[in-house]
Design a protein around this ligand. Sequence first.
Ligand SMILES: Nc1ncnc2c1ncn2[C@@H]1O[C@H](COP(=O)(O)OP(=O)(O)OP(=O)(O)O)[C@@H](O)[C@H]1O
Ligand SMILES: [Mg+2]
Length: 258
Amino acid sequence: MNLVIENISKSYVDQKRVETVALQDINLTVHNEEFVAIVGPSGCGKSTLLNIIAGLMSSTSGRIYFDDVKVNETPRISVVFQDTGLFPWRTVYDNIQFGMEHMNLSKAETTERVTHYLHMVGLAGFENAYPHQLSGGMKQRAGIARALAVKPDLLLMDEPLSALDAQTRQIMQEELLNIWNTERHRTVYVTHNINEAVYLADRVVVLSRRPGKIKSIISIDLPRQGRDDKQYQREVADYSKVIWDLIKEDALNALREG
Ligand SMILES: Nc1ncnc2c1ncn2[C@@H]1O[C@H](COP(=O)(O)OP(=O)(O)OP(=O)(O)O)[C@@H](O)[C@H]1O
Ligand SMILES: [Mg+2]
């Protein structure tokens, strides 16, 4: 099963009937077990694309589908945003359980899964805490556990780490990579952090701005684990430089134009 993004375009029209072409002719196939990062300057349409893939927003044209889907099978999609959207009135345990509530799982299986993911994201012992009792990094981990617990066919993430401080972010990147290497979810990950994209992804899609088009797709030909090893420093820096050179001009224009 592949996720197929076919000729997706999106225009926003404001109250004065001014049209912004946020996305134009986006074509991309995301394979099973693949981690695709989407980078690009502010306002290039990253979040728009993710929201359209998630089914939270309609496109102006084009379509998104999974090929080879069996009859009666509905692919499950999980989304993690920058703001985790945890329910403040639910405990960590109940937040993680939330997505599983309509899945007809037995109580034993539900408990087993919630416990498994609590441990995986390092929140064992905090199951009865409420979101306001957690640090930013812990909230984000709870949000990721909730997204993973439904065993999604597609995991969508929009800048999930960008609200965190630099150290927590670095640790979370490593944790995310470990989790991802265990579970290997098909993932589309939006970030404006180029290093993060090179560190995590199999392929990095670079979007240009106004209109948001695919400027380049770069395969990161490095082992999935251990990219922070000294031996890969040079390659990681080279990939980051190539991507930054593609984005730079657009990023400067984004700053000028606001
Ligand atoms: N609801 C909306 N109405 C009108 N224009 C919008 C709307 N949402 C987004 N846009 C415009 O569409 C373009 C793409 O926005 P989008 O939020 O997808 O960009 P982004 O790449 O996620 O940016 P950032 O890196 O700042 O999060 C921008 O020019 C933005 O101004
Ligand atoms: Mg965005």
